[in-house]
Design a protein around this ligand. Structure first.
Ligand code: GLC
Length: 620
């Protein structure tokens, strides 16, 4: 089908969304312009009618294609058309090259035009992990990770962050966000602790406002509405030892009290998709747990969206590498509607077709999965506005979003120690010494899921480092000296700031079974500053609480900065008092790793309790 005509129409009516077929008609394409649009292409019709009309036109292979989600590197646009693929994803860091907003929009449109070239013209959805901004895209605004947003206790701010993220996604065409993670992190040794808004269900439940930010007041409410995903269902943050993808053990009452409430709230807010967890509950993998997915999530909670598997998640059901036809059948019969099968998507299609033909998966289950998926596509407006809305390209990394991120960074800082009011840094402080590997490093201050899956130290994307923020806040009247390892500090300085912490990581690569202590290099840096006999403020850039117990008494000030993202000036705003600190711990801070898991109400004596956080005295 010749899309140049549709492109011509779009150029004349860029913002005027319309079904492609209708657009082609206007452009004089060889469609019978007198025919009314077929029911499913008529946006005036109720979604349920459009779904039923389209479903009735679909073959088994059409339906199986809608349930299949390959990764972009393992499928060409022509194969998206040939196999009627319903969705494509970018896994963490999987980006076009060069990587910028415009190349993302071109990539998205390439896949979408292929999907629209199929006989039924069903648009595909494109999924990414935009978990703290549109974080795969170089130049995008990177917001604080969820643990920092939990420290803000500000659901309205989180909604605004979702809306900003959705704008940046819309400019690139990407219409599905595998976010928010509504996990309840119960053991800080877990590598995904920073993806949690907090250790008690009320925190992630409150922050499901991100869903409304992403989707709008309802899915498809506006031109920047994108599909949100509540993940990972259910109990991912409660595994024994904080073992990522491990086993959450306990009664159903405990699971319902701690881990289910954020999903109940996400469903209430109309989340369009839910992602199954890699983890198990009492030894049963969630990806094969029909009771929790179908009976509890879909029937009891009334979830009407669709459930997507995690990346190769169905492979884990039988505990053996790879997936079998039996696992495909078990996952779909458990209630998984779309399968994230990044590489072996052809085998998946063949296995599911064979399972249906053998009666192992009822056709009613296939139809239910398709009804759920198609309803979201209709609600999202994809049939009317299938291509990237390039009007929003300029929002990517734009000043407004960066200003919002800077406010979020400031609101997320938690001041845990402030002896002799060493903070805010005194306006009369003439000489400030800054040290630490995390002071001048966008990559470290952004953490995992930034440009690449694991994130990386270094100048990975445009932004303001914490040191740059300090320099700007100090102005010309004061001297700011930086030395990564602290060498050169001497008593001539009025104060020293050590910005230290963790290297970026994501998922299981961030699991820690060690002592959660600071690295030797960071401890040596701080010691050099102490040796200069000046007040020392430690700013910790980490995805979780670390064991600082034995060091804390030597520090004059201590700030938990979490993983602030690209707008490091927000940290300086608090250090200099431009913004009074308001952050409060979203998790309990342990005295040592030996206390883990340590949570509110468990009777253990932490270094700092959940909710701890100082502000500045009025006379500061
Ligand atoms: C990952 C994560 C999940 C993410 C998915 C796609 O393994 O578990 O959170 O959405 O794969 O990248």
């Amino acid at each position: 089908m010749d899309f140049s005509a549709a492109k011509a129409v779009r150029r004349r009516f860029p913002a005027f969304g319309m079904p492609v077929a209708f657009a082609l008609t206007l452009a004089g394409a060889p469609l019978d312009a007198s025919a009314a649009p077929v029911p499913y292409l008529d946006p005036a019709r109720p979604v349920v009618e459009r779904v039923e009309d389209l479903l009735a036109r679909m073959s088994l292979d059409d339906k199986i294609g809608q349930m299949t989600q390959p990764e972009r590197r393992s499928i060409a646009p022509a194969e998206v058309a040939r196999f009627k693929i319903g969705s494509v994803l970018s896994s963490g860091g999987s980006a076009p090259s060069p990587n910028n907003a415009r190349t993302w929009a071109d990539m998205y449109d390439g896949f979408q035009r292929a999907a629209l070239g199929t006989p039924l013209r069903v648009p595909m959805m494109y999924g990414v992990d935009a978990v703290h901004g549109h974080n795969n895209v170089v130049g995008a605004t990177i917001f604080p990770h969820n643990i920092g947003l939990g420290a803000t206790r500000d659901p309205a701010l989180v909604r605004r962050i979702g809306a900003a993220t959705a704008e940046e996604m819309t400019g690139t065409g990407v219409d599905w966000d595998f976010a928010p993670c509504v996990c309840v992190a119960r053991d800080d040794r877990w590598g995904r602790t920073y993806e949690s808004f907090g250790e008690v269900p009320g925190l992630p439940s409150g922050m499901t406002t991100l869903i409304e930010g992403l989707q709008g007041s309802r899915l498809g409410a506006g031109p920047t509405s994108v599909l949100a995903t509540a993940k990972h269902y259910v109990g991912d943050g409660g595994t024994a030892g904080g073992d990522d993808q491990g086993d959450t053990r306990g009664s159903e009452a405990e699971l319902r009290a701690v881990h289910l409430p954020p999903f109940r709230e996400a469903v209430r807010r109309g989340v369009g998709s839910v992602m199954a967890s890699y983890s198990s509950w009492n030894g049963v993998k969630l990806h094969g747990n029909r009771y929790l997915i179908t009976e509890v999530l879909k029937r009891e909670l009334g979830f009407s969206g669709f459930v997507v598997s995690d990346y190769n998640g169905i492979d884990q059901i039988d505990g053996e590498p790879g997936f079998t036809r039996a696992e495909v059948a078990a996952a779909v019969n458990a209630g998984i509607d779309m399968v994230m099968v990044p590489e072996k998507w052809r085998a998946f299609i063949d296995d599911l077709r064979a399972a249906v033909r053998a009666g192992e998966v009822p056709m009613a289950r296939i139809d239910d999965a398709n009804r759920r998926i198609l309803a979201q596509k209709f609600r999202l407006g994809l049939f009317e506005r299938p291509l990237a809305d390039r009007r929003y390209l300029d929002t990517v990394g734009g000043a407004a979003h960066r200003a919002l991120a800077r406010r979020a960074v400031a609101a997320s800082q938690v001041v845990l120690k402030n002896d002799d009011d060493v903070l805010p840094l005194d306006r009369d402080d003439e000489k400030i010494f800054v040290a630490g590997r995390s002071a001048d490093d966008i990559g470290r201050q952004s953490g995992g899921w930034t440009i690449t899956w694991q994130g990386a130290p270094g100048a990975t994307t445009p932004g303001t480092t914490i040191l740059e923020g300090i320099r700007r806040a100090a102005g010309r009247s004061r001297t700011v000296t930086y030395s990564e390892d602290g060498s050169g500090a001497d008593p001539s300085y009025d104060v020293a700031v050590a910005v230290v912490g963790e290297r970026p990581y994501a998922e299981y690569k961030g699991d820690r079974t060690d002592d959660l202590r600071l690295t030797g290099a960071d401890l040596r840096t701080i010691a050099r500053l102490r040796g200069a006999d000046v007040p020392v403020v430690v700013v910790l850039v980490s995805g979780r609480p670390l064991d600082v117990t034995s060091e804390l008494r030597h520090w004059d000030g201590f700030v938990a900065s979490w993983l602030p993202g690209t707008e490091g000036a927000g940290v300086a705003d608090v250090l200099f008092g431009t913004s009074a600190p308001s952050g409060r711990l979203p998790v309990t801070w342990p005295r040592s790793a030996a206390q883990e898991p340590i949570n509110l109400g468990d009777g253990k004596r932490p270094l700092f309790p959940i909710g701890a956080g100082q502000t500045y005295d009025d006379d500061d």
